[in-house]
Design a protein around this ligand. Structure first.
Ligand code: APR
Length: 247
């Protein structure tokens, strides 16, 4: 069987916890964003229709902080880039993060399921284009000319995450599923571990600051700050390697 002779794919699901030590706040930790900001106001379609200026100001400010922080990838992002470069099979990073830190670390195969910073979408014509400019309800779509329909290309609550076909295709081929720095509270990402476990012989590992509610769904667990636990875990994977019949 194919899986017996070739290294199977690895899917790494990452969340806000992997970027925390690069200076980007998580969402649900005590100091997290959703403990300071009402997510219904700024991260839902209803919030957008209620008050576009409020939503756009929030993202304008976030973008400014993001730039000012001059964020850089940390040792955990670097380790995942090394895994992709050195492992013999496919490594797919499925990130819920909108930051570009995986790409900045050198990872090539990165899927941003919740959208990405630096892209704008027109709600009228659907065009997506790169832009770092601040938006306002007066912004004009460069494609269709509509006023006030430009928004960050970020998935809000109640919206369909992006690239799901590609993600499930990678999940359906993987032999190892690793979740890093995600609380496992937002679906469908939180359900990926159960999805892969339907197939025999898929190994599942949770790496996080602390156990999450999804902890019982993973076979293996490593807890601590991402910069401390991800690099040695990646080195261990590369050193042990995959052998026909298992890891
Ligand atoms: N190293 C590893 N894990 C960490 C670290 C760290 N230094 N710091 C925090 N964590 C863990 C927390 O313990 C928590 O379990 O990271 C997790 C972050 O969880 P959330 O804040 O819920 O972030 P995430 O899971 O990425 O959120 C999913 O929710 O609001 C939406 O769209 C947003 O993509 C986001 C989605």
């Amino acid at each position: 069987m194919h899986q017996d002779y070739f290294p199977p794919g690895i899917v790494v699901l990452t969340g806000a916890g992997i970027s925390k030590e690069s200076g980007i706040d998580t969402f649900r930790d005590p100091d997290g964003l959703w403990n300071r900001v009402n997510l219904e106001d700024v991260a839902t379609l209803e919030g957008w229709h209620r008050d576009k200026k409020k939503v756009l100001d929030f993202y304008n400010e976030a973008r400014g902080l993001f730039r000012a922080a001059q964020v850089a990838p940390n040792a955990a992002h670097d380790a995942l880039a090394r895994l992709e470069a050195k492992y013999g099979g496919d490594v797919t990073i499925v990130t819920q993060n909108i930051d570009p830190l995986h790409e900045m670390a050198g990872s090539k195969n990165v899927i941003h399921m919740h959208g990405r910073e630096g892209e704008v979408r027109c709600m009228k014509c659907g065009t997506v284009f790169p832009s770092d400019a601040d938006l306002s309800p007066q912004s004009v779509c460069p494609k269709c000319g509509t006023v006030g329909e430009l928004r960050p290309n970020i998935v809000w609550f109640g919206e369909q995450p992006m690239h799901l076909d590609e993600i499930y295709a990678a999940l359906d081929k993987c032999g190892l599923f690793i979740a890093i720095g995600t609380s496992g509270q937002v679906y469908p990402a939180a359900g990926f571990v159960l999805h892969v476990r339907r197939r025999p012989r898929v190994r599942t590992v949770e790496l996080n600051l602390e156990p999450t509610e999804n902890q019982p769904l993973f076979e293996e667990h490593i807890y601590g700050p991402a910069t401390r636990i991800v690099p040695p875990y990646v080195e261990r994977l590369l050193a042990e390697g995959w052998k026909p019949g298992g890891w």
